[in-house]
Design a protein around this ligand. Structure first.
Ligand code: ZN
Length: 164
């Protein structure tokens, strides 16, 4: 008899179940830094007749606290994944098909992003003409991105706000 051990094991099983099984088909984004999950859902947007779930501050051995986003019947485009990479690098992207993880990858940072970040420089050509913005990731920790057109460097916090 070891009830404490059993309780721990049961809790672990519940956590594992929660991680992937609530959706039959769709996308699970796991290991999102705590507090970034809501922003990711906002950016990706809801679809009226499809389910979505957000778990905030769930426990993670790796990160302490993390967020989890589940999107039912939704598969992310490359562009959507780039947004997720900027907001939650090192998060895990799971593609779920028939209640099973069909594909799993840890998201790194892109080297450059196009038409995702709005340039903070009001005089930048991208804020006056209809050309897509282009940013080169110039530092990773903390994040820094430099505008290809006006060479303005944006810091992590500015980038987070400027993702469109
Ligand atoms: Zn610029």
């Amino acid at each position: 008899m070891n009830t404490e051990k059993d309780a721990k094991r049961e809790k672990k099983i519940q956590q594992l179940k929660m991680r992937v099984t609530p959706i039959g088909n769709g996308t699970a984004l796991d290991h999102i830094p705590s507090g970034h999950g809501l922003r990711i859902i906002e950016l990706l947007g809801f679809e009226k007749d499809k389910g979505a779930a957000l778990a905030i501050n769930t426990e993670s051995r790796k990160l302490g606290r993390k967020d989890l986003v589940l999107l039912e019947d939704r598969f992310l485009t490359e562009k959507e994944l780039e947004k997720v990479k900027l907001l939650a690098r090192n998060s895990t992207h799971n593609v779920i098909e028939n209640y099973k993880v069909a594909k799993k990858e840890v998201l790194g940072l892109p080297e450059k992003v196009e038409d995702i970040i709005k340039c903070i420089n009001p005089n930048c050509i991208t804020n006056h003409e209809s050309i897509p913005t282009k940013f080169i990731i110039t530092k990773k920790e903390p994040l820094e991105a430099t505008c290809y057109y006006c060479e303005t460097a944006m810091e992590e916090e500015e980038i987070m706000k400027a993702i469109k």
